[in-house]
Design a protein around this ligand. Structure first.
Ligand SMILES: C[S@@+](CC[C@H](N)C(=O)[O-])C[C@H]1O[C@@H](n2cnc3c(N)ncnc32)[C@H](O)[C@@H]1O
Length: 211
């Protein structure tokens, strides 16, 4: 049984800052994708193995999963993937001013924890302040992708992203898919589960507005 952790717990107030990009990637000039709440890491390992022209960072609040992902990495010769432990919002805040300007090309939120009860909505990962911080790291024209099997959460995330006035909904053109962080449409563990169980995947893509 999977345990949820409360991202607002004081335990997560401090994060270990990410090392400079030049220390974690073989070539830090490649486009950079962030996957928020990356779970056990297999999705990103697949992506990093098949898209050597991109760098990937996975952010995950459950330390055991991060350690598991890191140990999987040891068995692979991958120099374009890094896993970071902590509350993604604080990790991203720490990257502002540390990453080169406009460095992040895209960000994915795949099947975030739903936190169904209204009193727990504040624990949901997509919040206005996070969207604002992401836009500070991102180039104009950068993308956010969201997926969920919970329609109410999907609508909440959609409203938060559109409500920021920083991003607009977008449909990839064919050439954009080819150049995207996931041209082969790899799926996360949760997405595979959802498909196996014939549940609906709600998904949307957003493009950062020109300033
Ligand atoms: C339902 S799982 C989905 C995992 C994976 N993305 C997938 O699609 O299979 C949500 C993940 O987000 C992580 N998470 C929740 N809140 C987070 C936060 N504030 N910062 C980083 N990770 C978080 C959880 O620990 C969990 O691994």
């Amino acid at each position: 049984m999977r345990q949820h952790v409360n991202p607002l717990s004081k335990v997560f107030n401090n994060v270990e800052p990410l090392p400079p990009l030049k220390d974690i990637f073989n070539d830090y000039n490649k486009p950079l994708h962030l996957d928020i709440g990356c779970g056990s890491g297999s999705f990103l390992i697949n992506l990093a193995n098949h898209n050597k022209n991109w760098n990937y960072i996975g952010l995950e609040i459950r330390e055991k999963l991060v350690n598991k992902s890191k140990s999987k990495l040891k068995d692979e010769s991958i120099d374009n993937l890094f896993f970071a432990f902590g509350n993604a919002e604080y990790l991203i805040e720490d990257c502002i001013g540390k990453f080169p300007a406009n460095k992040v090309s895209s960000v994915s939120f795949n099947f975030p924890d739903p936190w169904f009860k209204k009193k727990h909505h504040k624990r949901r990962i997509i919040r206005p302040q996070l969207i604002h911080k992401i836009s500070q790291l991102m180039a104009n024209g950068g993308y956010i992708s969201i997926k969920s099997d919970v329609e109410e959460l999907f609508e909440y995330m959609d409203m938060t992203i559109i409500g920021s006035n920083l991003f607009s909904t977008h449909i990839y053109q064919d050439s954009e898919i080819f150049n995207s962080y996931n041209p082969m449409h790899f799926k996360t563990n949760r997405e595979n589960y959802v498909i196996r169980n014939k549940l609906t995947v709600f998904e949307r893509l957003y493009k950062k507005n020109l300033k």
